[in-house]
Design a protein around this ligand. Structure first.
Ligand code: UDP
Ligand code: MG
Length: 316
């Protein structure tokens, strides 16, 4: 089948976007009409507490939409997973509802997909709109993960991307609840292509991401892909123990040679608190992994659907 006869799916995760969602969906619909493909738009409402559902109800009269609402806020990653679960297209495009992902890029995505790439992802050329601290954290995170993981997560690539159906199927086979999507996209492999873009300022409101949720995402990114931190703790333990043995030998020798000097309590207190802290840190790292194992073994569904419109096959 020629690709142009194929269906395209657009997945839009939405959380409290009443101000922009109507204009965004209109703009998206207009752009999709120019691409020459049959298409469907899936709006995944991640438990919005504002008027987003009502606004979408209105816009559904104008634009054919498939609309799914979660029973509460499960997070963007879960919303994207739901989108992938229900998308029927030969290719699935993921994009944010706040106009930060330029719609002009869609035609470029399609071009690369038609040229044979299975995944086309957008890479932001600069992160100027973000605070210095956020940029530093992002940079450190990408450096850390690329050193620790065996897979390469391209820096500055987000969820804005096109996935061929075979990538969608591959991602669906990954059962984990701690879903670090950026890592999963890389993990599955296939032929991937980067396209550059300049991230737009948010059309309205502020990002739903806060320091704690970003930190949580970063820790998920590390712990769900590598046991490297655990190994570092073991190696660190060996290092510290070796140092202690050498130091003990030195104390014995110096006592024999120079006699017993009055020991300094400051040294002892510092050492005890330092190693107390180190042990708590190590426990915390182990705890992170145990916490994630705990989440996985409970085997709870990834999300709960409250309402599904234009879904005849709601079986998540
Ligand atoms: N979003 C979501 N669930 C959330 C937070 C955000 O579905 O818990 C959606 C949001 O409506 C938007 C997209 O995910 O369409 C990106 O969110 P945001 O702009 O807050 O994140 P950023 O652009 O800073 O990555
Ligand atoms: Mg945004």
């Amino acid at each position: 089948m020629p690709k142009s006869a194929a269906l395209l799916s657009c997945v839009v995760p939405v959380y409290n976007e009443e101000a922009v969602i109507a204009s965004f969906l209109k703009a998206l619909n207009a752009t999709l009409q120019t691409l020459g493909y049959a298409y469907e738009i899936l709006v995944i409402d991640d438990g919005s507490t504002d008027n987003t559902p009502q606004v979408i109800e209105e816009i559904r009269k104008e634009i054919p939409l498939r609309y799914l609402r979660f029973s509460r806020n499960f997070g963007k990653e879960k919303a994207l997973s739901a989108g992938l679960d229900f998308a029927r297209g030969k290719a699935v495009i993921l994009l944010d509802a706040d106009f930060q992902h330029p719609l002009e890029l869609l035609s470029q995505f399609i071009k690369e997909w038609e040229a044979g790439y299975d995944m086309v992802y957008a890479v932001r050329t600069d992160r100027r709109g973000e605070s210095f601290i956020k940029r530093c954290c992002a940079k450190t995170f990408y450096q850390l993960t690329s050193k620790m993981n065996r897979i390469h997560i391209p820096p500055n690539a987000g969820d804005f991307r096109l996935l061929d159906q075979k990538i969608v199927r591959a991602i669906q086979q990954l059962p984990e609840r701690n879903r670090f999507m950026k890592g999963l996209y890389s993990w599955v492999g296939f032929k991937q292509k980067a396209v550059e873009f300049e991230v737009q300022p948010r059309a309205h409101g502020t990002s739903q991401w806060h320091f704690y949720s970003l930190l949580d995402l970063a820790i998920t990114g590390i712990t769900s892909f590598t046991a490297f931190p655990l190994r570092m703790i073991a190696l660190g333990g060996i290092g510290v123990a070796s140092f202690a043995i050498i130091y003990a030998a030195w104390i014995i020798v110096s006592t024999l040679l120079f006699g017993i000097k009055t020991p300094g309590w400051a040294t002892i207190v510092t050492t005890i608190t330092f190693f107390g802290g180190l042990q708590l840190f190590a426990l915390g790292v182990v705890g992170e992994y145990i916490g994630r194992v705990f989440d996985e073994v409970k085997g709870r569904p990834h999300y709960i659907i409250d309402e599904a419109l234009s879904f005849d096959d709601t079986q998540a």
